[in-house]
Design a binder for this molecule. Structure first.
Ligand SMILES: [Zn+2]
Length: 354
């Protein structure tokens, strides 16, 4: 049985125990109660929503007065403009600032457990909230609910999310050299490696575009670590894959919108454009990041800090973006001897490109 199924079973068991809170459950509280990591629990909860065990509440809180003017059951029902009747203010809904997610047992589960089917709300706990954005960083959520994207005419704000873009260096030549079927197989393998590295570093793969991948994270440090992990794994698997695929990567943290695009959930706007352009500055086996990402890395506790070295910083004029953007090229520092080796490799690459 896989780990996710085990958590789903534990959750079902828990929901059937009479007397336990079963309504308005905060994921962080439930994770502690069931002794499972929150991220795995959120993944399991997405499956439980689909299977009718629990329902999701996207509770909206007013940024002015702190009271809740309402909630929605799915992203499809969300409105970008919210009016708070309590303080008569009107605000743009932000999925990271104004939305907190809770879960309740469905009526059918409540009936199964007896006790008159009365919901027992979780009360008086001080556990931190799970933001609406946090659900969007869970792969199962994308897998199961990306079709429940916001309505066509709605776009939901996200104050800050980290976007990673990757692309393969020299993939056109690879297609020519190896022929389409073999190259396609290698590209698929690289998607699988990237998917694992993104998930392991708490991100979510949003989409693939040709050989490129777009993923979202809560922090810049996690995105950079995911990119470096994938580069290291592609390097390590070069022999078994028959060639070394070299990954280019760019990361930016900023504001964007959650929208419906091609009938599925997608991110759109500033942070996405900048991350895509920054990726264009990568030479391969490096990660190019903006100031906000570098600040994220510096803010990490020492044990979580990605082991990176900034090898150059410069102002870049990015297409479609008016002001120059300060960017930094990072390489992973595996060991004390690594930088020279990387720098030499990078120098060769730079010469080959220019
Ligand atoms: Zn208010």
């Amino acid at each position: 049985m896989n780990a996710q199924q085990k958590i789903i079973d534990r959750l079902r068991e828990y929901l059937l125990v009479p007397g336990e809170p079963d309504a308005r459950l905060k994921p962080k509280w439930l994770a502690r109660r069931l002794d499972v990591p929150e991220r795995q629990l959120l993944g399991a909860l997405a499956h439980c929503v689909r299977d009718g065990l629990v329902e999701m509440h996207w509770e909206v809180y007013c940024p002015v007065c702190g009271r809740s003017p309402g909630e929605f059951g799915t992203l499809k029902e969300a409105h970008s403009k919210v009016e708070c009747t309590a303080c008569e203010s009107c605000f743009d809904l932000h999925l990271d600032r104004d939305v907190r997610v809770t879960f309740s047992a469905t009526e059918s589960i409540r009936r199964l457990r007896g006790s008159g089917g009365v919901p027992q709300a979780l009360e008086g706990d001080s556990e931190a909230q799970t933001r609406g954005l946090d659900l969007l960083l869970i792969p199962s959520f994308w897998e199961l609910f990306s079709g429940e994207a916001p309505a066509d005419d709605e776009s939901l704000h996200i104050g800050r999310v980290t976007i990673l873009f990757t692309d393969l260096r020299g993939s056109t030549a690879m297609y020519q050299e190896r022929g389409d079927p073999r190259a396609y197989h290698m590209v698929r393998e690289h998607f699988a490696i990237l998917g694992r590295c993104i998930d392991r570093n708490h991100g979510s793969l949003v989409k693939t575009i040709g050989d490129a991948v777009m993923a979202s994270f809560a922090s810049g440090a996690e995105a950079v670590r995911a990119a470096h992990d994938a580069q290291a794994e592609l390097h390590a698997q070069a022999q078994s894959m028959g060639a070394e695929l070299v990954l280019k990567a760019g990361v930016h943290s900023g504001a964007c919108l959650a929208v419906r695009l091609n009938d599925r959930l997608d991110f759109f706007g500033g942070a996405v454009n900048t991350a895509a352009r920054v990726q264009g500055l990568s030479l391969g086996n490096d990660v190019v990041v903006t100031d906000t990402v570098l600040a994220d890395i510096e803010a990490e506790r020492i044990e979580n800090k990605p082991r990176v070295r900034v090898i150059e910083s410069f102002n870049a004029q990015l297409r479609g973006i008016n002001a120059p953007v300060r960017v930094h090229r990072l390489i992973e520092v595996e060991a004390e001897t690594a930088p020279q080796h990387y720098l030499r490799r990078l120098a060769c690459q730079t010469e080959a490109i220019s």
